[in-house]
Design a protein around this ligand. Structure first.
Ligand code: SF4
Length: 288
């Protein structure tokens, strides 16, 4: 039977089939990380921001939006405290990541306000009208039974007949890597299949930097189809550990840490027959 894959599962398989086996076949939990938690927090802030009614923040919108974003950050950061505290960060590290996340969100907001003001000037719109026009549809799940793949698109921006599918990233290097390109290609494929029309662009808001876009063309969609077919061919009906070879790389172990499954691969730790139960930290993190 065809498993439903996701951009993350496919990219994990491409990085290392054995890691995919542990994570997606055996469903073994992975450790929370500051990058994962603060990424979830930033996503929630932006998702919440777009549910607000702009009519109450007309005249002083620059200042108001900043306050709103900072309040939302504080709120979601506090909600994530149990997960953040489980990481054992020093107070300095804790503060560093909070301030950095704050800066990222304010950087993104500055660019969003620029787009609003551009639209106000060129189309003669009020703040409220421009905000509403640029408000994306957020966090939509798309599933394709034809391709056996699903994904959550962070922001679908539809404006004057054009469509952009955008993802938010808190990564420090503003560069569309092969893994990001594949993720975006899959989103474009899912969107086109569901709506019968092709988005013009897919892209990433690098919150620390700027947005980067890719045009959606036949090559990009073919890339998604090929990679999805590849993973189905390799994993559908494949249940043994031997079906998933190890692919050692610098991502097995690095100066500050190691792959969650390092001890199973290199220190003869016995692989559990049944996946260990998720810790409460893991359960909560997944719902952040
Ligand atoms: S430790 Fe290396 S080889 Fe083992 S699962 Fe992780 S990435 Fe793959």
């Amino acid at each position: 039977m065809k498993r439903v894959q996701s951009p993350s599962s496919i990219n994990t398989f491409l990085q290392c089939p054995r890691k995919y086996y542990y994570q997606y076949h055996l469903k073994m939990p992975t450790s929370p990380s500051i990058h994962l938690i603060r990424g979830s927090v930033a996503h929630l802030v932006l998702e919440h921001l777009f549910t607000l009614k702009p009519s109450g923040i007309a005249a002083t919108y620059k200042h108001d939006l900043q306050i709103i974003v900072l309040e939302l950050l504080k709120n979601y950061w506090n909600k994530a405290l149990p997960q953040l505290e489980s990481l054992g960060l020093t107070p300095q590290e804790f503060n560093y990541y909070f301030v950095e996340t704050q800066q990222m969100l304010l950087n993104w907001l500055k660019q969003f306000i620029n787009r609003i003001e551009q639209l106000m000037q060129t189309a003669g719109l009020s703040f409220s009208e421009a905000f509403t026009a640029l408000r994306p549809i957020t966090e939509i799940e798309y599933t394709s039974s034809t391709h056996g793949v699903h994904g959550f698109i962070d922001a679908i921006e539809e404006y004057q007949g054009t469509v952009r599918l955008m993802d938010y990233k808190t990564s420090s290097r503003p560069h569309i890597t092969d893994a990001y390109r594949l993720q975006l290609a899959i989103y474009a494929l899912l969107y086109e299949e569901k709506h019968g029309k092709r988005p013009q662009h897919v892209g990433i808001y690098f919150l620390k930097d700027t947005e980067q876009l890719l045009p959606v063309n036949d090559d990009l969609l073919l890339h998604a189809k090929v990679k999805i077919e590849e993973i189905h061919a390799a994993t559908d009906g494949a249940n043994r550990i031997e079906d998933y070879p190890m692919k050692p790389s610098p991502l097995c172990k690095w100066s500050g840490g190691q792959c969650d499954f390092y001890d199973y691969c290199f220190n003869n730790k016995p692989v559990p027959k049944h996946p260990p139960a998720k810790s409460s930290t893991q359960e909560t993190l997944e719902s952040v």
